[in-house]
Design a binder for this molecule. Structure first.
Ligand SMILES: Cc1cc2nc3c(=O)[nH]c(=O)nc-3n(C[C@H](O)[C@H](O)[C@H](O)COP(=O)(O)OP(=O)(O)OC[C@H]3O[C@@H](n4cnc5c(N)ncnc54)[C@H](O)[C@@H]3O)c2cc1C
Length: 398
């Protein structure tokens, strides 16, 4: 309930019903309309409806199950990110704020179990009363591990002194993603806007009321991949996966990338749901309402039948780009927990994590708004006086 209120306070959108939407927040959300989509994307929506799915005009409304335009952050053709909408000139001019770009944090500095600052890859030490790590699911986990916050066994192998033995990087979760791609007919090469449309549905193995499959439709394919110079991708994602992966350090060198194993489709239920989604995407691709815009199937390709589908998908699997849960939030008895409900790292003081890494489970959406919601909630609960308005009313709960 409180997070619903936070979402509304974050949002500014002219779309949808007041009960579900905010009008004046910093973060712009625009629900793409059917009319503004390309002809082939409209063909996708028509084809999905012909296959029995309901039309959705507001994916952030009460019932998002079905097909429609994707909600985006694009305003006047510019995608709005948090740097643009939160770091306004007024914020940038605050006397107590210094922004240093192009700076790589190596690790957190400690005095015993109290964080005292960070050190950069070129040896600069920056001291603070409190350190908040927001490096994203990969970056944060790597910083914590280099700092000695992680599984003691792994630390020992790399010669890193253990500050806190916690399961950092052990429960990584992301959404597997497969491009079912088609070449557009030469008379249907319109590819703007490039994003998009969405079919959001429960698979036949969905639990409860979860909507565990996305078919996200974009024109985000390099033109040279298509014999006609234009393409449409019906990208299938299992957005409530069971599989968990890992992030581990290869070395303590901050310039060396960590080892990331998403472990996609390791759980058989994920593999089955992915194939079910790809079969559905292909069925929609063959529906005349969409097929009339399509020259041929690029991926997996018309020669690939159902029997070869699992191999074809496995050999071209991608990530939706939504990694989470490398430093999961949880209660005191949760063996997976790295941080508590306010993002504070367990067993340490002066160290907090605020980003997608603390989501215990990946939500069935693109993660940017959820990450902002978490940051807003923690900021208001932990620093109510700095933020002023209503902060004290909000409590952080998992
Ligand atoms: C290609 C792509 C498209 C996406 N599109 C969408 C979308 O349309 N909608 C949506 O909701 N979500 C989208 N996402 C997901 C969304 O971007 C992320 O879930 C969200 O940004 C997570 O926020 P975060 O703060 O956890 O991490 P990030 O936004 O990744 O922020 C972490 C920051 O820390 C920096 N960093 C990392 N390590 C260090 C270090 N050692 N020293 C200094 N800095 C460091 C990184 O450079 C980065 O700037 C997309 C993701 C990708 C990859």
């Amino acid at each position: 309930m409180l997070s619903t209120q936070t979402y509304k306070e974050m949002e500014n959108t002219p779309d949808g019903e007041d009960a579900y939407h905010g009008r004046t927040g910093p973060f712009p959300i625009r629900q793409r309309t059917y009319a503004e989509l390309t002809a082939s994307m409209r063909g996708f929506i028509d084809a999905a409806m012909a296959e029995g799915f309901r039309r959705v005009d507001d994916f952030n409304g009460p019932d998002p199950s079905g097909v429609g335009g994707y909600p985006v952050n694009v305003v006047d053709n510019v995608r709005q990110n948090v740097g643009l909408v939160y770091l306004t000139d007024q914020v940038r001019n605050r006397a107590n704020l210094k922004i240093s770009g192009n700076l790589l944090v190596d690790r957190v500095l400690f005095d015993g179990h109290r964080a005292t600052g960070v050190v950069t890859d070129d040896g600069e030490e920056i001291y603070a009363d409190e350190v908040i790590v927001s490096g994203g699911s990969y970056g944060t986990a790597a910083i914590l591990l280099r700092s000695g916050v992680g599984p003691a066994e792994d630390m020992a192998k790399l010669g890193i002194d253990v500050v806190a033995d916690l399961p950092v990087g052990q429960h990584l979760q992301d959404q597997p993603f497969y491009y079912n791609a088609y070449a557009l007919k030469r008379e249907a090469l319109d590819m703007r806007p490039a994003v998009g449309a969405l079919l959001w549905l429960p698979s036949s193995e969905a639990r409860g009321d979860e909507l565990d499959i996305h078919i996200a439709v974009t024109h985000l394919m390099p033109p040279e991949y298509s014999p006609t110079g234009g393409a449409i991708a019906l990208s299938v994602a299992v957005v409530k996966p069971d599989s968990r992966g890992t992030l581990t350090l290869r070395s303590r060198d901050p310039l060396e990338q960590p080892e990331i194993d998403c472990n996609f489709l390791a759980e058989e239920r994920d593999a089955r749901r992915m194939i079910e989604g790809v079969k559905l995407a292909r069925r929609i691709g063959r529906n005349p309402a969409l097929a009339r815009f399509l020259e041929l199937e690029i991926l997996p390709g018309d020669a690939v039948g159902d029997a070869q589908l699992a191999d074809a998908v496995a050999s071209n699997l991608a990530s939706y780009g939504h990694p989470a849960a490398t430093a999961p939030m949880g209660g005191p008895d949760d063996p997976w927990a790295v941080v508590d409900a306010s993002g504070a790292v367990k067993g340490l003081s002066g160290l907090r994590v605020v980003d997608a890494s603390i989501m215990p489970v990946v939500p069935s959406v693109a993660l940017n708004p959820t990450t902002i919601m978490i940051a807003e909630r923690i900021a208001k609960a932990v620093y109510p006086s700095e933020l002023g308005h209503r902060g004290a009313e909000l409590a952080v709960t998992t």
